[in-house]
Unconditional design. Structure first.
Length: 269
C-alpha cells in the first residue's frame, strides 16, 4: 500500500478499489483552512476520475478528531490580513468545490468517524452516504456560539435527515450528540469501539464491492436525484448513470455469472 502525504492530507489505497482520504492536521484537531479545502477538493477529484476507485473513505488522523470544522484561527487571521491576502483567500475559496458542496459525487462516500465531528466536520458526515463512528465520538454544529452559522450544508442537511423539531434543537442550541444518539436518530450506520472501526468500515466496503460498481453508482444517483421529486416523476425519470450501467459489460456479466453459479468478475465498464 502506497501512502501519498500531501501538506494537509494523506491519500492511500488500502485495498483494491478503495481510496482513503485522511485529514492530517492533528495540531488543530483536523480543522480545515482554505488551502486545506483546496487540497481536499483536488483529492476528491482524483478519486472521482480514477476508474479503479469504486468506494471512497473519508477520515481523520488519530482518535481525537475527525474534523473540528473550519480553522477559526486561520479565519480570524484572514479577517485581520491585508486586503490583498483576503482577496487571494476568497479567490481560492471560490475555486474550491468542497466535499460538503458536492451534490452529484458518483461514488459511495463512507465517513470513518474516528473522533469529534463538529461544525464543518459534522457537515461532511451529513454529506456522506454511510457513516461508521467510534463510540467516543460527539457530533455538533457550534457555529452560532462562534458568531457564524452552519452554512456548509448543516442548516439544510440536518432538517432533511432528522425530524424538524429535533434538527432545530441541535441547530439553535449548539448542543452536541453522542455517537449512540446519532445512530438512534438514523444519522450513523454503526457505532463501534475505536479499535474496531476499520473492521466495521471494511464490512460495509465488502458488501458494496459485491455489487457491480456501475450498478452501485446508478443506484446512488437515482436514489439521490429522486429524493426531492414526486414518486411518479422520480420513478419514470432518466438517470445518466442508469443508462451507462445498462450499456456496460457488467450488465451482461451479472446474469451470466448467476446462470453459471459463479462469482461475477466485475470490470467497472
Amino acid at each position: 500500500m502506497t501512502v501519498h502525504q500531501l501538506e494537509y492530507f494523506l491519500y492511500e489505497k488500502p485495498r483494491d478499489h478503495v481510496a482513503r482520504i485522511t485529514i492530517n492536521r492533528p495540531e488543530v484537531r483536523n480543522a480545515i483552512n482554505t488551502p486545506a479545502h483546496k487540497e481536499w477538493s483536488d483529492l476528491l477529484d482524483e478519486a472521482e476520475a480514477d476508474d479503479d476507485v469504486w468506494v471512497v473513505v473519508v477520515t481523520g488522523i488519530g482518535n481525537q478528531a475527525f474534523c473540528a470544522g473550519r480553522d477559526l484561527k486561520y479565519l480570524s487571521a484572514m479577517r485581520r490580513a491585508s486586503a490583498e491576502a483576503q482577496a487571494e483567500d476568497a479567490e481560492l475559496m471560490a475555486a474550491v468545490t468542497r466535499l460538503i458542496e458536492r451534490f452529484n459525487y458518483s461514488k459511495p462516500l463512507i465517513a470513518r468517524v474516528n473522533g469529534i465531528a463538529l461544525g464543518g466536520g459534522f457537515e461532511v458526515v451529513l454529506a456522506c452516504d454511510l457513516v461508521v463512528a467510534a463510540d467516543h465520538v460527539e457530533f455538533g454544529l457550534p457555529e452560532p456560539r462562534r458568531g457564524i452559522y452552519a452554512g456548509g450544508g448543516g442548516v439544510h442537511r440536518l432538517p432533511r435527515q432528522l425530524p424538524l423539531k429535533l434538527a432545530m434543537e441541535y441547530l439553535l442550541t449548539s448542543r452536541t450528540m453522542t455517537a449512540t444518539r446519532a445512530m438512534e436518530l438514523g444519522l450513523v450506520n454503526d457505532v463501534v469501539p475505536y479499535d474496531q472501526l476499520d473492521e466495521a468500515v471494511d464490512g460495509l466496503i465488502d458488501d458494496i464491492l459485491l455489487g457491480a460498481p456501475l450498478s452501485i453508482r446508478a443506484t446512488k444517483q437515482s436514489a439521490m436525484m429522486g429524493l426531492d421529486r414526486p414518486l411518479p416523476e422520480a420513478f419514470h425519470d432518466r438517470y445518466p448513470a442508469v443508462a451507462e450501467m445498462a450499456a456496460s459489460e457488467d450488465a451482461l456479466e451479472g446474469p451470466l455469472a448467476f446462470a453459471e453459479k459463479r462469482t461475477p468478475d466485475w470490470k467497472g465498464r
